[in-house]
Design a protein around this ligand. Structure first.
Ligand code: SAM
Length: 199
């Protein structure tokens, strides 16, 4: 049963995308993508890794915003990879890969609302291998995210590791990153962290 629910939740990106037609989700996702894109455009990286692209909502925007950059987008879901490849984005390579197994070096790593699925310390250690600048959106505790959490666990078996920005900053600093936090939306309690690896 869990496998079935899980394969429906992340395995069918088009079905998941329809949930984002519901007004608050629609705005939350657009806001998060626009904050990430603004920062990406400021940095203008030549190489980008996007982690967990799902229905390629952010990838399509990255591809348009950075036509001369090489973008690698990874996701563990076969359904997402198959669907995204059909978009034929000229500067994007879609791969089925797990973030924790991925190898490579990028000017910027970008990820929208995926790192809440990871253990934060372990993910930060992995980020150091992949590049020096990381733009990650996360969510803290709000009535909305606290209600969403059991639903996500039921559907996927995965916990959502909600974390307040101050706590994330503390963990990232301990891992040696310089960190800047940009608030996105108070209702979703979403924010972007810009982590620089100074070494
Ligand atoms: C919460 S969704 C976010 C999708 C998209 N970034 C968005 O904001 O709509 C998480 C996505 O990350 C993918 N994912 C989960 N664990 C992953 C991992 N370890 N490596 C790569 N992708 C992963 C899932 O398959 C799913 O498509």
């Amino acid at each position: 049963m869990r496998r079935l629910l899980s394969s429906l939740y992340y395995g069918l990106p088009s079905a998941r995308a329809t949930m984002f037609l519901i007004p608050p989700l629609y705005w939350f996702r657009r806001e998060a993508a626009s904050v990430l894109l603004k920062e990406v455009l400021r940095l203008r990286p030549r190489t980008v890794l996007e982690v967990g692209f799902s229905d390629a909502f952010l990838t399509r925007r990255l591809s348009l915003a950075l036509p001369k950059s090489r973008i690698t987008a990874i996701d563990t879901s076969d359904g997402s990879v198959d669907k995204a490849r059909r978009l034929n984005l000229p500067n994007v390579r879609f791969l089925k890969d797990d973030f924790f197994n991925h190898r490579g070096r990028y000017e910027v790593v970008v990820s929208m609302h995926v790192f809440v699925l990871f253990d934060h310390r372990t993910a930060l250690k992995k980020l150091k291998e992949l590049g020096d600048v990381h733009l990650i959106t996360l969510t803290g505790f709000s009535p909305f995210t606290v209600l969403h959490r059991p639903f996500h666990r039921l559907m996927t078996g995965m916990d959502v590791n909600l974390i307040e920005p101050e706590e994330y900053e503390r963990i990232a600093r301990k891992e040696g990153f310089k960190v800047r936090v940009v608030k996105i939306n108070d209702v979703e309690r979403s924010y972007m962290v810009v982590c620089f690896n100074p070494s």
